[in-house]
Ligand binder design. Structure first.
Ligand code: SF4
Length: 231
């Protein structure tokens, strides 16, 4: 397991050796382990390295919890994960069993719609841009605020990510809508406003659900806090 390796224990089994129902490792420790080795790309762009590590950390935690895979949790295939780790988080290369990761990343119809929206608004077509698009899409299907589902420390980090990676799209969120709701509204707009229950947000009964604060605790901090104390 990645955590055991990070703390210098004897040979670590792969992530996939963590069985369903076994205690999931602390995602904050996953984060620390992933960032344990330097990488030129991370030195040049520490914010992107931080975001990638946050997303992989919550993905590793989820995969350990449900016995699935990191790739499934974050929407990346084996080759994408290998390149990401090699270029940005090389400490993870020796600790994640890439052979157990999916050879292709499959997205359902809802995800495909969001994928198209974000891909059409990427600031560039670099590999990190494409990974982050896929990761945001997959994590958008989870239940919490998007910044929490991405494992970020606070909502402001998601706003910065959107501004940097999807500037034109982010610039349209002038009312500071909740980000998942903003995606939904954008898809609704593309569909001719057939998804939302009202033609205008001001007239909509769901207004309070779509706007307002996205407060809460970071997934990395919450899971660490809620974990049973040893001893
Ligand atoms: S407030 Fe209503 S109309 Fe606006 S995005 Fe939400 S559901 Fe759609």
């Amino acid at each position: 397991m990645i955590i055991a390796a990070a703390h210098g224990s004897t040979p670590a089994p792969s992530l996939n050796a963590v069985g369903r129902g076994e205690r999931a490792p602390d995602p904050a420790a996953f984060y620390d382990a992933l960032r344990a080795a330097p990488a030129p790309a991370a030195a040049a762009d520490p914010f992107t390295a931080h975001v990638l590590a946050c997303i992989l950390a919550v993905g590793l935690h989820e995969a350990a919890l449900d016995g699935s895979s990191l790739g499934r949790a974050v929407g990346l295939d084996r080759d994408q994960l290998a390149q990401l780790l090699r270029d940005w988080l090389p400490a993870g290369l020796a600790q994640i069993d890439l052979a157990a990761e999916p050879s292709t990343a499959a997205f359902d119809d809802e995800e495909e719609q969001l994928l198209q929206l974000l891909q059409s608004h990427q600031a560039d077509q670099s590999a990190p841009a494409r990974w982050l698009t896929a990761m945001v899409v997959r994590r958008s299907m989870s239940d919490n605020h998007l910044w929490q589902d991405l494992g970020l420390i606070e909502r402001a980090e998601l706003t910065r990510l959107m501004d940097e990676r999807f500037p034109h799209l982010a610039g349209r969120n002038v009312s500071n809508m909740k980000w998942k709701k903003f995606f939904y509204r954008s898809l609704c707009e593309m569909e001719g406003f057939t998804l939302c229950t009202a033609p205008s947000c001001r007239e909509c009964a769901d207004f309070d659900n779509c706007f307002g604060e996205e407060t809460g605790e970071s997934a990395l901090a919450r899971i660490r806090r809620d974990a049973p104390r040893a001893g």
